[in-house]
Design a protein around this ligand. Structure first.
Ligand code: IPM
Ligand code: MN
Length: 359
């Protein structure tokens, strides 16, 4: 019997639905080619539903998401909703509820893609950031004293548990070991200032390293990491870091790889349900115009296939995207691609068709 995957789809806000549709188009093509089937189960979480009903993630939806094989997300963010509500109430809530403790963000420059880094080519930019995704400054621990007065105190605590740090760093070692590259893992932290939290990170990093003899390791402070990502991105293979630093350096990474049009990520619970998304936002000003770049969503779909075990389909999807960036698109920016959103999805499918049979 052919494999069937139950995928929960959250198209979300703004351009989310447009890019998710193109991703589904590409994944549908691959499922027919390789003989697996995808059953899409859509939920309308996002700003519009929140404005109508006050719903963020209703229990019934959460129940469905828990039962899915994977979640495919477009974008969350609405211009009429105060910043923070949807991010916290939907995106972060799902990461926490589903215990998606890894945020995996590849930074890879595809051929034909413009990078702001002078003299850097695809062979120089190919690394992955493993970001801890459920702790640190994102844990929501903190509070106010004397709010609204000149004596106000605001506290926001970084929570780092042994269990959380250990499972993240262990995942990073395992992932580095499985790479077809040179197998180097860099710890990115700030041990010279965060002498408690990152002392724990450094000890766990060094201890676990003993179990992975084939993985070489090094260390960089986060500020220096930003410098090296610009000056010598070829130094990096896999970087492991905490939630806040990972948030920041992956936006830097997204720019280095050509912008939000191409940057994809996975919120992973290796033992549970994982969620895949383009890492850019909902781009309200481009909504409904058929000009947004769907490649990040298509690549997120590729990461999802890889995660589901459809490796050949995932590899071919990436190869097809690389062909499209190398030979077709004028730019990755919305409205400047030389093609519409739908046409870019079609181009990827055409490249896959040209590749012929799959497995
Ligand atoms: C990201 C986003 C989120 C984060 C926001 C929207 C809460 O910036 O996925 O990187 O900070 O993690
Ligand atoms: Mn971010």
């Amino acid at each position: 019997m052919s494999k069937q995957y139950n995928v929960a789809v959250l198209p979300g806000d703004g351009t989310g639905p447009e890019v998710v549709r193109e991703g589904q188009k590409v994944l549908e093509f691959l499922s027919k080619r390789d003989g697996f089937s995808l059953s899409w189960n859509e939920h309308d979480l996002g700003g519009d539903r929140y404005l109508k009903s006050g719903d963020l993630v209703p229990d019934s939806v959460l129940k469905d998401l828990r039962a899915a094989d994977a979640i495919y997300l477009g974008a969350i963010g609405h211009p009429d909703v105060k910043p923070g509500i949807l991010e916290k109430g939907i995106l972060l809530n799902l990461r926490f509820e589903l215990d998606q403790y890894i945020n995996l963000r590849p930074v890879k420059l595809y051929p034909g893609v413009w990078t702001p880094l002078k003299d850097k080519e695809p062979e120089h930019i190919d690394f992955v950031v493993v970001r801890e995704n459920t702790e640190g400054l994102y844990s929501g621990v903190g509070g106010f004293l004397k709010k609204g007065t000149t004596d106000e105190v605001a506290l926001q605590t970084s929570v780092n548990t042994y269990k959380g740090v250990e499972r993240c760093i262990r995942y990073a070692y395992e992932y580095t070991q499985s790479r077809r590259t040179r197998k180097n893992l860099t710890l990115c932290a700030k041990t010279n200032v965060l002498t408690f939290a990152h002392d724990l990170w450094e000890r766990v990093f060094n201890d676990l390293g003993k179990q992975y003899a084939d993985v070489t390791t090094d260390y960089t402070h986060v500020d220096a990491c930003c410098m090296w990502m610009i000056k010598n991105p070829e130094w990096f293979d896999v970087i492991v870091t905490d939630n806040m630093f990972g948030d920041i350096i992956t936006d830097l990474g997204a720019m280095v790889q050509g912008g939000m049009g191409i940057a994809a990520g996975g919120n992973l619970n290796p033992e549970g349900v994982s969620m895949f998304e383009p890492i850019g936002g909902s781009a309200p000003k481009y909504t409904g115009k058929n000009v947004i770049n769907p490649l990040a969503a298509i690549c997120a779909g590729g990461m999802m296939l890889d995660h589901l075990g459809e490796r050949k389909a995932a590899d071919d999807l990436e190869a097809a995207v690389m062909k499209v960036t190398a030979t077709k698109l004028k730019s990755l920016a919305a409205g400047k691609m030389g093609y519409s959103t739908q046409e870019v999805g079609d181009l990827v499918v055409e490249e896959l068709q040209a590749m012929g049979a799959g497995v």
